[in-house]
Design a protein around this ligand. Structure first.
Ligand SMILES: *[C@@H]1O[C@H](CO)[C@@H](O)[C@H](O)[C@H]1NC(C)=O
Ligand SMILES: *[C@@H]1O[C@H](CO)[C@@H](O)[C@H](O)[C@H]1NC(C)=O
Ligand SMILES: *[C@@H]1O[C@H](CO)[C@@H](O)[C@H](O)[C@H]1NC(C)=O
Ligand SMILES: *[C@@H]1O[C@H](CO)[C@@H](O)[C@H](O)[C@H]1NC(C)=O
Ligand SMILES: *[C@@H]1O[C@H](CO)[C@@H](O)[C@H](O)[C@H]1NC(C)=O
Length: 433
């Protein structure tokens, strides 16, 4: 007799926990927009109480999200992080901030708030901010509608700064920064902890400002794109290489995603490179990383020259002759001399060979060439003789490619151009996922 209410209770508990599990494992889909003026990208999020939509500059790197608190941070749910809290100790920032002459508010809390030094990934300028937590959500459908399950986000709230030092240079319209880097408290790491989901996220940068791409959290895939394409089947994997020590916090490793590039080919010809530059040396210099802080891939001067030579030579075989270049590019061709293909202008392919000869990230015309008026220009830029990182694979080369960052297996899954499959980042099928 007495077991009946128990069973009812258990059934109810199971029912509710299944509801909870279902909602906590919901795929979170955040639209990514391209800003035409900077050629950089923003991510849509919801923050505060009541939840408000906000655009954050998207950075595939960076430690902790940051947000501009100078402009009337109105929320009924923010909580400054006390400097003596366990969380602050785990973060180990070594900084605490006080209110000085400012009133107590989101950017200050008593005389001891956990502090952080956020850095603008584009200009490398830094500032000081106070850490707080507030209510946070991401959309669950491609069309920004209702926010999904609400959690808390830890972020750096930046102080008023008349020079706006750490906001200048970011994608236009951003109120802060979505740090997607390799760090315990980056946005993906916080989401994975909040929803007990594996630390795996995917990014698909849009090729145009008119049709948004997306970032996917809380799901390891499969990723379906219309018309009926399962892109998980097409992902090729390469290990993520641990980065060097960082510049801001000595106790943290680099939040950037480094890859083990072994060579570059144009068509099938190996570009002669100084291989030493492809490895990270004992001072943290060299190596190859992915980053959204630069719109176009930056190559150390000798690598850049070698690539350009190979590209011009292979293009000549297609009867393409270079014309006057348009800055920041060095090689341009008259657009009417170039055929157009499903994967963009018909030019030689550029292959990034990762780890082994079988792991090839093929870059087709849509990702290698940039349209400037009546020309198509090779969208790679000279990164200087002595850059900190020898190759920084930038935004244009990543557009309409699906990238899966799998921090569980420390690997990057890449699709190469989605145009090969006659789809784009804008065609993610949110009904199937
Ligand atoms: C942190 O400091 C405040 C104010 O001094 C104190 O009330 C609180 O108990 C301290 N918390 C911890 C975890 O030490
Ligand atoms: C953060 O990372 C460090 C080093 O990997 C680890 O020891 C620590 O437990 C992590 N903290 C959390 C909250 O995951
Ligand atoms: C999609 O591809 C993944 C990876 O190959 C596979 O596990 C999954 O079953 C596929 N889904 C369908 C519906 O075929
Ligand atoms: C290759 O690059 C390394 C690192 O910059 C440099 O020390 C070395 O002299 C270069 N080798 C050649 C042959 O240029
Ligand atoms: C290039 O031009 C030459 C001479 O006009 C011609 O014979 C050849 O077929 C052309 N090659 C291509 C790839 O168009």
């Amino acid at each position: 007799m007495s077991s009946l209410p128990h069973q009812v209770l258990i059934t109810f508990l199971l029912f509710f926990s299944s509801l909870f599990l279902h909602s906590s494992q919901q795929t979170l889909i955040s639209p990514i927009s391209k800003d035409d003026s900077t050629k950089l990208y923003t991510l849509l999020i919801y923050l505060k109480t009541p939840l408000q939509p906000s655009k954050l500059h998207l950075d595939l790197g960076s430690f902790l999200p940051y947000y501009d608190c100078a402009r009337h941070y109105k929320s009924s749910s923010y909580k400054p992080l006390p400097g003596n809290s366990t969380l602050c100790k785990d973060l180990n920032t070594g900084i605490s901030v006080s209110c000085d002459d400012r009133p107590v508010g989101p950017d200050c809390f008593r005389d001891d708030t956990c502090g952080f030094v956020p850095q603008n990934p584009v200009t490398r300028k830094t500032a000081v901010g106070a850490i707080l937590t507030d209510k946070f959500a991401l959309p669950t459908t491609k069309k920004p509608g209702l926010p999904g399950p609400v959690t808390e986000l830890l972020l750096t709230c930046t102080f008023p700064d008349p020079n706006s030092r750490i906001y200048k240079g970011l994608a236009k319209g951003s109120n802060g920064l979505a740090a997607l880097g390799r760090f315990n408290y980056s946005l993906p790491a916080q989401l994975s902890r909040a929803f007990s989901s594996p630390l795996i996220f995917a990014v698909c940068l849009p090729g145009s400002s008119t049709a948004p791409g997306l970032a996917l959290f809380n799901t390891p895939g499969p990723y379906y794109f219309s018309p009926t394409i399962n892109l998980s089947k097409s992902l090729i994997y390469t290990p993520l290489i641990p980065g060097p020590g960082p510049t801001v916090f000595e106790q943290y490793k680099s939040p950037d995603y480094y890859l083990g590039l072994t060579s570059i080919k144009v068509n099938s010809f190996v570009v002669p490179l100084n291989k030493t530059l492809l490895d990270i040396d004992e001072n943290g210099k060299g190596g190859v990383k992915i980053s959204t802080y630069t719109p176009y891939t930056l190559l150390q001067t000798s690598i850049f020259k070698a690539l350009v030579n190979a590209f011009v030579k292979e293009s000549a075989k297609l009867n393409l002759t270079v014309t006057a270049a348009v800055k920041p590019f060095s090689v341009c061709y008259a657009a009417d001399k170039i055929t157009s293909t499903r994967v963009g202008p018909g030019v030689p392919t550029v292959d990034l060979v990762l780890q082994s000869d079988k792991v090839i990230w093929r870059i087709y015309g849509s990702n290698s060439m940039v349209r400037v008026d009546d020309k198509w220009c090779l969208g790679f830029v000279d990164g200087g003789l002595n850059p900190r990182t020898s190759i920084v694979i930038g935004g244009h080369q990543l557009e309409d490619n699906l990238l899966q960052f799998d921090l569980v297996r420390e690997r990057l899954g890449f699709s190469s151009s989605l145009l090969v499959y006659s789809t784009t980042c804008a065609n993610f099928d949110s009904t199937k996922n």
